[in-house]
Ligand binder design. Structure first.
Ligand code: ADP
Ligand code: MG
Ligand code: MG
Length: 909
């Protein structure tokens, strides 16, 4: 660590309409601290306080407690002094005490992940002074018991003993409530509260072996250090890792004068939003509790009431409560405290206009006076995000570029899949949890075999894992659930491609194919039982959960229009069927970047011919089988060309190892032998012969086409004939034939020659021509290095970054599940390189390949296909290195379009 700078400022003060910091200083002051400073400066009533910077947290981690306390002691003491002056009370004073809260706050909001202590500065003497000063014993002792509770939990480690146990303080309170026959915290008498304080302190002593600290300064330092420690607590570490936030960000600590919502019926606390975080509707809304402190609202100690009258009425409608009863028993803040409401309403308006985004605020009312304790840009659903951005634009609060930048690309996903009805979700029983592999909601009956997916109208395919043979069944099923496999497992990748809901890697599932049962925690489910999957959370529910179609609201379309105005890079789609192609076009795809021809061969009527082709021992036999496949391929291509109406379509020649196509089960092998009039042994031999040690590095890609040229011939013929057929119908299609897995120039040339010769033959036969391109995937590292030579012949490049990642890292994608999660857990890798393009390493090959390719062919068209083409940071990278297009699955087209626009806006800034 560098030399410690002793003179730099480590403590930033705020209060009384002034502040040392501002909202731009989130990295240093944390989001909470920066916004408290900003609010103070613009005249919002914020209790005075100070922020210890995030840098001190990092210093603490390096230096330890003693040295760090020495480093900030003077500044902290002066800052407390400042609060004392502003509040007219003194920290630790018995007659006129100042109490403070000690609050965590990282640069991004990590809700509930770190700790906060309220009412700090109390002890057995100060509590008496507080009671006297406020003339409110109830309040003083309530604050004291809350303080011991929070400080005990956060600083002294008074946590539940095991996950089955409840919080030790809650247990004591429950016990007393039971004894007294009461249910609410507010029903405790002064004597009850005194008893609780006594019992709490005893419990602390018993558990920790120490007395509860009585000196306010000891308490303060204890809490500050505890907040620093919470940055490295389990919860925070988990959240940080999940979002990829680095450990060296640290958390700031905010120390702030307490204001009391628990002083009686003229006090209270609440949370509010300037707009609806669920729908985006421009209505002020929120919840509050009378006679309570901050935590109570979130923790659900009592059921909170609605802030606005409208909100209260809507709530009562759902709860089936008559208006008269509502107004009497559940009044809104608007009705109960109209002038406080007006003031709050004013602040929410000011803050939203100031930050030019939807705000999520905390407030407290102390004896009729309103204080604001926090504001931040509110978290929201995908639907709300889009509506709010477009509304703010229309209201003139932000400009078009700002509206586009307000969108979190991945959240658009929520708008593109069916969703569960939120009300139904609340009642549903979660039976297990897996990985959120492909978003969406699915409800259906369990089937265990892909070829039985159509057994029920709505089925969920439940597998230990899926394989390419399951494709059709996966397509038919409403959702896919696997016990094994991660976010890039076969099931996950295929499901995402299809836009189909998938939960993968649910380890708790015991699947027995023989008995057709699924066992979870001792409970058995059978074929035909209803289950439901939430692909966005990984939750697996028992039974049926009602779903609804997502509303592609007008705003979503408007947003996409805007994206087209600013986006300079094209967005294509990966589509293997006319249906996918149509979906993608409706989302604005400007072409197809990848059609995988092999997927077409898995369908029932084709797999047979395909297998015959593979099993044939002679060129003649192969050609015969290919003859059968030709018309099917041709009509597939016609369908896709038609769906794309003249937009460019890139078709990849056959890529996977042939072994994937042959049957592996005895029964299917027998069937095939019978159909082909050959012996079972012959089939078995062929299957064994095709087996490879490293199929991904084996006989696949252009290696197939170069060893079995007749396959390339057939596929080319199908493509060109399809294009000519459509030309007759008046649709000018633009096929781009793509040769996979090229590593040497010769490999490319050999395939290109077959393609051109075949095309010319067809042109002669038909006495007509179409324009077409021949290009290649760059997915073998050698191809990137040789790109200049390859580009002399190739008319376009498409980076196949799945294979390129696999080969550059030397990680087999099919085996990576064994070590990648551990690598990510241990921080050896930050993210899964199959999900997020490794810009540092693999990205070099992409950049270099593009540059070298364009050095010999300046106008070389370059794109990317593969999973990364729809991942925001990867798409931005592609734009920045000058790609012409990205290609992604249909359901990610809007995301890629948005990122393309954002990237262009950012690059121009
Ligand atoms: P979180 O980040 O988990 O929301 P906070 O630091 O915001 O934690 O605090 C938790 C609760 O305590 C919030 O409701 C907040 O409004 C309340 N609170 C924090 N500081 C004070 C204070 N000085 N006076 C009154 N309430 C406070
Ligand atoms: Mg908060
Ligand atoms: Mg590949």
């Amino acid at each position: 660590m560098e030399v410690i700078d002793k003179v730099k400022t480590r403590v930033y003060r705020f209060g009384n309409k002034k502040a040392d910091g501002n909202s731009k200083m989130k990295n240093l002051l944390g989001g909470k601290g920066a916004n408290l400073a900003e609010m103070s400066s613009i005249g919002i009533p914020v209790p005075p306080g100070f922020t210890i910077t995030t840098e001190v947290c990092t210093e603490y981690n390096a230096l330890g407690q003693e040295e760090v306390v020495a480093l900030i002691k003077d500044e902290v003491e002066q800052a407390i002094d400042n609060i004392e002056t502003l509040m007219g009370s003194t920290f630790g004073d018995i007659d006129n005490p100042l109490l403070v809260s000690v609050r965590s706050g990282a640069r991004v909001s990590m809700p509930g992940m770190m700790d906060t202590v309220l009412n700090l500065g109390l002890n057995d003497e100060v509590v008496l002074g507080l009671a006297k000063k406020t003339n409110n014993e109830q309040f003083a002792w309530d604050s004291y018991r809350r303080f011991i509770q929070m400080y005990g939990g956060v600083v002294l480690g008074m946590k539940p003993a095991s996950k089955e146990d409840i919080d030790p303080f809650e247990e004591i309170m429950e016990h007393l409530k039971h004894k007294r026959g009461i249910t609410l915290d507010t029903e405790f008498t002064v004597q009850d509260l005194k008893d609780l304080v006594y019992d709490f302190k005893e419990a602390v002593k018993k558990r920790t072996g120490h007395d509860f600290p009585t000196d306010p300064w000891d308490q303060l330092w204890g809490a500050i250090i505890a907040v620093f420690n919470s940055w490295n607590g389990d919860r925070a570490v988990y959240y940080r890792t999940m979002h990829g936030y680095p450990a060296d960000w640290g958390t700031a600590v905010n120390v702030q004068a307490m204001v009391y919502g628990n002083m009686g019926d003229n006090s209270g606390t609440g949370v509010c939003f300037t707009r609806d975080a669920g729908t985006g509707e421009n209505v002020f809304n929120g919840e509050y509790l009378i006679n309570a402190q901050g935590e109570d609202v979130v923790a659900g100690v009592r059921t909170p009431q609605q802030i606005t009258k409208l909100g209260s009425q809507r709530w009562a409608e759902l709860a089936k409560i008559e208006e008269e009863e509502r107004a009497k028993d559940y009044p809104s803040l608007e009705e109960l405290m109209p002038s406080i409401f007006e003031e709050l309403n004013g602040y929410q308006d000011i803050l939203e206009k100031h930050y030019r985004d939807m705000q999520d605020m905390e407030f407290t009312i102390q004896d009729g006076k309103l204080w604001i304790l926090q504001t931040r840009n509110g978290k929201r659903t995908g639907a709300a995000m889009v509506k709010i951005a477009m509304d703010l634009l229309k209201e003139g609060m932000i400009n078009e570029k700002e509206a586009l930048l307000l969108i979190e690309p991945n959240k658009l996903d929520e708008l593109l899949h069916p969703i569960f009805d939120p009300a139904a979700l609340k009642r549903a029983h979660v039976m297990a949890q897996g990985l959120p592999a492909s978003p969406g909601a699915a409800t259906g009956k369990i089937v265990f075999f892909a070829d039985e997916a159509s057994k029920f109208k709505n089925s969920i395919l439940v597998r230990i894992e899926t394989s390419p043979e399951d494709l059709e069944g996966m397509n038919i099923a409403k959702g896919i659930l696997t016990a094994r496999g991660g976010m890039t497992s076969h099931a996950a990748v295929v499901a995402r491609g299809m836009g189909k809901c998938c939960v993968s890697g649910a380890g708790a599932l015991k699947i027995n194919y023989k008995t057709r049962t699924l066992t979870v925690n001792g409970h058995e489910y059978h074929e035909g039982d209803w289950i439901s999957l939430n692909g966005s959370t990984g939750n697996i529910f028992e039974g049926k959960v009602a779903t609804m179609e997502p509303e592609l609201s007008g705003e979503f379309a408007e947003l996409m229009e805007l994206a087209s105005v600013y986006g300079k890079m094209n967005v294509r789609t990966n589509a293997d069927t006319p249906k996918d192609a149509k979906v993608a076009r409706s989302f604005g795809a400007q072409g197809i970047g990848l059609t995988r021809t092999e997927h077409m061969f898995f369908e029932v009527d084709r797999i047979k011919a395909m297998r015959e082709m593979i099993l044939a021992d002679t060129v003649k036999g192969r050609k015969q089988a290919l003859e059968e496949l030709l018309p099917m391929q041709r009509s597939d291509f016609e369908g896709i060309f038609e769906a794309m109406q003249g937009l460019p379509v890139t078709i990849r020649l056959l890529d996977p190892p042939l072994h994937e196509f042959v049957p592996h089960q005895l029964t299917t092998q027998k069937e095939l032998a019978e159909e082909m009039h050959i012996s079972l042994q012959a089939v078995k031999n062929k299957v064994a012969e095709l087996e490879e040690f490293n199929p991904m590095l084996g006989h696949r890609g252009c290696r197939l086409g170069n060893t079995y040229p007749e396959i390339t011939e057939m596929q080319t013929r199908a493509i060109i004939e399809a294009a000519l057929n459509l030309k007759e119908k008046g649709i000018n299609c633009r096929p781009e034939i793509m040769i996979p897995l090229v590593g040497t120039v010769r490999e490319f040339e050999a395939q290109e020659q077959i393609i051109r010769t075949t095309a010319n033959t067809v042109f002669e036969e038909r006495e007509d021509t179409v324009d077409y391109l021949v290009g290649t995937m760059i997915e073998v590292p050698r191809a990137a290095l040789m790109a200049d030579a390859i580009a002399e012949r190739a008319e376009f490049f498409s980076f196949g970054t799945n294979d390129l990642t696999q080969m550059t890292f030397g990680y087999s994608r099919d085996d990576a599940g064994k070590f990648l999660p551990i690598y990510i857990d241990k921080g050896i890798l930050k993210v899964d390189p199959f999900e997020v393009l490794d810009q540092e390493g693999v990205g070099q090959l992409v950049k270099l390949g593009t540059e070298r390719g364009r050095s010999t062919k300046p106008d070389l068209k370059v794109g990317i296909c593969g999973e990364h083409g729809g991942e925001p940071s990867s798409v931005e990278f592609c734009y920045n290195i000058g790609m012409d297009y990205v290609s992604c699955s249909p359901y990610r087209v809007p995301i890629a379009r948005l990122v393309a626009a954002q990237a262009a806006i950012k690059a121009a800034q």
